[in-house]
Design a protein around this ligand. Structure first.
Ligand code: PHE
Length: 349
C-alpha cells in the first residue's frame, strides 16, 4: 500500500502540461526526488508513476542514511511541443507552494540547466551546474554507486569482484547507463548493450559492446543483468525466463510488483534492490550542497553502498529472506515503524 503526505496535480497554465508533485514522507526531513519530464499515455499514468517513485525515494534516502524523505515530480507533456522556459515556470510555480518541504533534482528529461532555472525561481532544487555553486549532474555519482553495488554483488555471488570476461547485459544507455557501461568495459566485462533507441547502437559499438534489442537480451545467457532504463522491466514472466545470476542497476522501480523479488530469489537469482543501488546521485548532491563535501571526500560515501549491499546479502544468505525484505526492513527501521508513516511537522535536523 502506498500512502503519501501530499499530492498536488496542476495543469500548468502556460503550457497545458500536467505537473504532479508527490510528497511521500518528510518523517526524516524534507522530501527529495527528481523531476521527470516525459509523455505518458494519460496523466493518470503519470500520477501512478509519481506515487510509486516518490515512495521509493523515501526508502532510498532512508537506506542511504540521509536525513531526507521522498518525493517526486512527474510532468506529463502534452502532445504538442512546449516552450522549455514556460514549462519550467509552470513547474517552479508548483514547487514553490511546498515551501521547502520538497526539494527537486534532475531525472529523466531534466538536467542541471533546468535545475538552475528552478533554483533561481524557488531555491528548492539540487544539482544546478557546478559553475554556479551546485553539485552538477547526479548521473556519474549514480553510476558509481551502482558499480559499487555491482562489485559487492559479484563478490557475493561469484566469490570474486573481478569482472574480467563476465557476460554483463545492460538495458538502457541513457546518461547513467552509458557511464556505467563505460566503467564495466574498463573492468574487463564482456558487455552486451540494449536500448529501445536504435540510434544508441553507435555508443555500444564505440565501447566494443555487443548490441541487441532489449527483448533478445532478456533471453540471453548472462552472468549479470543491469536494468538502466525506465521501470517495470522485471515482471513475473520475465523473472521466470531470465538466465542470469545477479541483477543490479540504476533503473527505478524495476519490479512490476514486489512478489517478483520472491520469484527471483526462489530461482537463485540475486536481485539487489534498485533504491539501494541507485542512491549515489542523492548522496553526492546532498553531501556537496548541504555538507561541505568535495568530489574527493564524497567518494567513500558513494562506495559505502557496496558495504551495505555486502551486509544485506550476507544477512539474506544467513536467514533465507530476500534482499528486498531486508532492505525494506532497514529503511523502515529508520523511519520509526513504517515508511508509510506521515509526519505532522518535518523533523528539524
Ligand atoms: N534522479 C534523482 C533521484 O531520483 C534525483 C535527485 C538527484 C534528487 C539529486 C535530488 C538530488 O534519485
Amino acid at each position: 500500500m502506498i500512502r503519501h503526505e501530499e499530492i498536488l496535480v496542476r495543469r500548468g497554465c502556460r503550457t497545458g502540461a500536467t505537473v504532479i508533485m508527490a510528497v511521500h514522507s518528510t518523517v526524516l526531513g524534507p522530501a527529495i526526488g527528481g523531476c521527470r519530464v516525459r509523455r505518458y499515455p494519460s496523466w493518470q499514468a503519470g500520477l501512478d508513476d509519481a506515487l510509486r517513485l516518490s515512495a521509493a525515494m523515501t526508502a532510498k534516502a532512508s537506506i542511504a542514511g540521509l536525513d531526507h524523505g521522498g518525493g517526486k515530480t512527474v510532468v506529463v507533456l502534452p502532445e504538442v511541443s512546449v516552450d522549455r522556459d514556460l514549462l519550467l515556470e509552470d513547474i517552479a510555480e508548483v514547487l514553490e507552494t511546498f515551501g521547502g518541504r520538497y526539494l527537486t533534482g534532475p531525472d529523466i528529461g531534466t538536467g542541471p540547466d533546468d535545475m538552475q532555472v528552478l533554483f533561481d525561481r524557488t531555491s528548492y532544487a539540487f544539482c544546478r551546474p557546478a559553475l554556479t555553486g551546485g553539485s552538477g549532474d547526479s548521473g556519474p555519482a549514480t553510476a558509481d554507486g551502482v558499480l559499487a553495488a555491482l562489485l559487492a554483488g559479484a563478490a557475493h555471488v561469484f566469490g570474486s569482484s573481478d569482472l574480467g570476461g563476465r557476460r554483463i547485459g545492460i538495458i538502457g544507455l541513457g546518461s547513467v547507463g552509458l557511464r556505467l557501461a563505460e566503467s564495466l568495459v574498463e573492468h574487463g566485462a564482456a558487455l552486451i548493450a540494449a536500448d529501445i533507441d536504435e540510434t544508441l547502437h553507435t555508443d555500444a559499438v564505440r565501447l566494443g559492446a555487443q548490441w541487441m534489442s532489449p527483448g533478445t537480451l532478456l533471453k540471453t545467457d548472462l552472468d549479470i543483468l543491469v536494468p538502466a532504463a525506465v521501470g517495470g522491466l522485471l515482471s513475473p514472466v520475465v523473472a521466470d525466463e531470465l538466465s542470469t545470476r545477479l541483477i543490479v542497476g540504476p533503473a527505478n522501480n524495476q519490479l512490476s510488483d514486489d512478489t517478483v523479488a520472491d520469484r527471483l530469489h526462489a530461482r537463485g537469482i540475486t536481485w539487489i534492490p534498485d533504491y539501494l543501488a541507485s542512491a549515489g546521485g542523492i548522496i553526492h548532491a546532498i553531501a556537496l550542497e548541504r555538507h561541505d563535501h568535495t568530489e574527493q571526500t564524497v567518494v567513500p560515501l558513494i562506495n559505502a553502498i557496496g558495504a551495505t549491499v555486502t551486509d544485506i546479502l550476507t544477512e539474506s544468505a544467513r536467514t533465507g529472506r530476500t534482499p528486498l525484505a531486508i532492505t525494506h526492513q532497514r529503511a523502515a527501521d529508520r523511519l520509526g515503524s513504517s515508511p508509510d508513516n506521515a509526519a505532522c511537522e518535518p523533523r528539524r535536523s
